[in-house]
Design a protein around this ligand. Sequence first.
Ligand code: NAD
Length: 314
Amino acid sequence: MQILVTGGAGFLGSALVRRLVERGHSVRVLDDLSAGDPARLPQAASFMRGDVNDLPRLWTLLQGVECVYHLAARVSVPESVRYPREYNAVNVGGTVSVLEAMRDVGVRRLVFASSGAIYGNQPVQPLREDLPPDPTSPYAVSKLAAEHYVSTIGRLWGVETVCLRIFNAYGPGQQMPVAHPPVIPHFLRQVLGRGSLVIHGSGAQTRDFVYVDDVVEALIAAATAPDVDRRVINVGSGTETSINDLVRQIEAITGLEAHVLRVPSEDGGVSRMCADLTLAHELLGWSPRVFLSEGLRRTLTEDERFARGVARVH
Ligand code: NAD
């Protein structure tokens, strides 16, 4: 297949592009490099730097394409609280631009990377796709609005669409922005560097951590699965892990004791997150394979190898 991946130079996008190329697909990537790194991409992928709202560029890149993976987005929840206009422009506006360009060129299917963040705080777990969303940040609102645009415009214009609600993805190569880095790479780095881990509240809050390779397999299945048009499907591990338990698992695989600082909980934090994976199994024939302990081990090994490689080059 000819495939376009927007945001393909990012953490999940580049892992997806590598796997698609390994499977013999012809892959184009559009990324503005605001967070991505083209060095992660295989030689065989064709990379274009650009904004996802640039329609002429999208028209060019979409010629002959059968499926678009739309991953380009601003992805920081705390940053979205400060800059909601930017999150709306990229995450909502960018999604509408991709859909318009797909209609203009005549592309068959869109796979959209949505987020488990749209559920917010719910009275029941695990989280099923038919629960009423309760977004607690502009980031989550932008993903929910984009989901609605995707399925509504898709229906009106005859584009097949599927939205995958990805939970907390982790794995080798995850970006570490200075402000508000994702919890797993941050905790791993702090424990290895003998720094402190800051836990907000009791640490009993839970998340559903899903390994990058599992997310990639779900994305790949979504490009060809029948009967997924306009469906919204969870992609997680199906396991609820508390932050305290995460720390214990990191201590176990590193063999180091974590120095934990506890501070009052932040406003707006979600207390529990666990994906119900029934639909993913039924519609995509997909289930996660990598347990957290194994995923943490792989992340540690790969990131250490990468760090040593970089150290040699410089
Ligand atoms: P990432 O920041 O590594 O990747 C996003 C990519 O989009 C980056 O390479 C960035 O440069 C690019 N981008 C941003 N704005 C752009 C623009 N205007 N035009 C073109 N490219 C632009 O993040 P990620 O973790 O790989 O996330 C990929 C997608 O998956 C995002 O849509 C995110 O919302 C979604 N998602 C991720 C997770 C997770 O845990 N990583 C969970 C749920 C959903």
